[in-house]
Design a protein around this ligand. Structure first.
Ligand SMILES: CC(C)(COP(=O)(O)OP(=O)(O)OC[C@H]1O[C@@H](n2cnc3c(N)ncnc32)[C@H](O)[C@@H]1OP(=O)(O)O)[C@@H](O)C(=O)NCCC(=O)NCCS
Length: 209
């Protein structure tokens, strides 16, 4: 009888955990779809995004592969194989060891490469043909770090363990090999930084009153 009670308790705990994970996954899926809709004026419905956007499929695949990657060393090979399978389908290669924040969006997708030690903050966006790549052959931090709200234009290459500050923008086809300060735009080869005129530091007027 005691055994039966223990089994029932175990089943209840498992069911609760499954419910918690399922609601977390569904919240993430909804957030990704809403985010894609916000970033692509051509998107007309959620179903179109869920079924037809390779950038969204790539990020879902990455999330699963990343969860496997950090879970245990023994299944890292499976995580790698999964990410290669996703690359085959989407044309987007995201190493499962990369760290990516919330509401990440890749528009068009094809030809995007994101290296193993890349770190990406929240609300970032990449267009097709972007490489966040390494410039060292040592097994060390060798890929870029992107702050929050960074946008990287089509075809741009961001190379090495450099940092792109919050809200930085990278112009299409730029090759970025040095840090980009927050709220700046990097353009050209090698990319030069320009402070953005449209950026206004948020000052709370109440501090002067
Ligand atoms: C770099 C970028 C973010 C700048 O946008 P912006 O702030 O509106 O700037 P502007 O278009 O007013 O251009 C500012 C200056 O940068 C230059 N410039 C803009 N984009 C450039 C680029 N990719 N490479 C080189 N120079 C560029 C402009 O010629 C202009 O030069 P000037 O001041 O000497 O006249 C934008 O041009 C860009 O490249 N966005 C990427 C978008 C993309 O990849 N879309 C793909 C959709 S499929």
């Amino acid at each position: 009888m005691a055994d039966l009670r223990t089994h029932i308790k175990d089943i209840r705990t498992l069911a609760q955990k499954t419910k918690k994970y399922a609601s977390k996954i569904s919240a993430t899926i909804n957030e990704d779809i809403a985010n894609a809709r916000e970033h692509d004026p051509a998107a007309r419905s959620n179903i179109e995004i869920a079924c037809g956007y390779s950038g969204v499929h790539a990020i879902w695949g990455y999330r699963l592969a990343h969860a496997m990657w950090i879970k245990s060393d023994t299944i890292k090979i499976l995580a790698r194989l999964l990410s290669q399978a996703i690359r085959l389908v989407t044309g987007i290669e995201i190493h499962p060891g990369a760290t990516i924040g919330k509401r990440f969006f890749i528009d068009h997708g094809m030809g995007v490469v994101i290296g193993e030690t890349t770190e990406i903050g929240d609300d970032c966006m990449l267009y097709h043909g972007v490489t966040l790549g390494g410039s060292s052959l040592k097994a060390e931090k060798r890929h870029p770090t992107l702050g929050n709200g960074v946008v990287v234009g089509a075809g741009a290459k961001v190379l090495g363990a450099i940092t792109l500050g919050d809200n930085a923008r990278v112009g299409a086809n730029a090759v970025v090999v040095r840090d980009v300060p927050a709220n700046s735009t990097a353009i050209g080869i090698p990319a030069k930084n320009r402070a953005r005129e449209d950026y206004r530091f948020p000052i709370d007027p109440s501090i002067y009153i």
